[in-house]
Design a protein around this ligand. Sequence first.
Ligand code: URA
Ligand code: CA
Length: 432
Amino acid sequence: MRMVDLIEKKRDGGELSTEEIHFIIDGYTKGDIPDYQMSAWAMAVFFQNMTQRERADLTMAMVNSGDTIDLSAIEGVKVDKHSTGGVGDTTTLVLAPLVAALDIPVAKMSGRGLGHTGGTIDKLEAIEGFHVEIDREEFVRLVNQDKIAVIGQTGNLTPADKKLYALRDVTGTVNSIPLIASSIMSKKIAAGSDAIVLDVKTGAGAFMKTVDDAKELAHAMVSIGNNVGRKTMAVISDMSQPLGLAIGNALEVKEAIDTLQGKGPKDLEELCLALGRQMVFLANKASSLEEAEEKLKEVIKNGKALEKFKEFIKNQGGNPDVVDHPENLPQAKYQIEVPAKEDGVVAEIVADEIGTAAMWLGAGRATKESEIDLAVGLMLNKKIGDSVKKGESLVTIHANRENVDDVIAKIYENIRISDHAEAPTLVYGIIT
Ligand code: URA
Ligand code: CA
């Protein structure tokens, strides 16, 4: 086989065979196929698309390019949740203990990564003593015993995706549905769960800016998952404004605790229930989505979800007292209010820009080397559709530096007040 022939075949709209796709991915991972040929191929895919079969083959070729995690020592149906990324997305912190409280195993492998705030692990490390440096045996033991554990990313997962994603980033080929869908799904499949619930975000703070694009991506990922034997469902959810009220690491831990007590922001609670009921259903713990939702509400109400969070913290070396005393989480030195300049209704809170403001305070990493400040971030006091009086606080800034003029200016630029506005739709659809 010659790579140039496969580039031409795709360029001319042909369908690549399973063997041809494996030849491309294996060759590229090993370094036999150079970047310039791989970029030409990615561009051909960008214009010519891939069939469902090709997408599934590409995904599995990337899964098989590296290590895969074997979770078979863990009893029960392992359901993973994945979000395509947003601002102030506190759902994982809530969902992990919430579904574990229903005896669904949560075997979470998580990363740190770049972004407006830290990843799930960074957020959990806001809890004194909490650590993810546990070995594989301990991880499996904890999940079997208490249904929940988080471990740092280990092993060489999907090296083909890593290499191809970096290449796409500099060759104008990121924005291709088959390439994005196979990239995300390869990582989820390599991580070993039996079923996958996807939260595909749409809006200013999301990768997919429109609902139609988000739906197309969701359909593509759900088809790949189901075609390779993993039950997969997706929720399309709003990311025009940040989710919940907290954007920051310790601030989001507090927000998760509130939500597990049934006192969280409404949108965060609603999305957690929408995702959670699919997880419960896929784990065969309910015969309908309605029944699944009832069960989730029950463990919030009777305190089991909160107890599970404490148990989880304790198991991984943290001090569970923070659940009852969230004031013991890291606190920023300064709290600065940002008052509304006029009366009206909040019409826009541009998610990605507000996320950037939180990052400027130190809540997230701009580069891999950046240090995160777990205490800092933003608390929204208003969301889209809320009315506001001149002088009322729109946002509380939690900072460890005295001068936050840059952050204040960014907030004013990205929160628009108007005469009339309504809260956006939170869930745009469910894809099965
Ligand atoms: N996120 C990924 O992991 N891969 C893509 O291709 C795009 C977004
Ligand atoms: Ca939040």
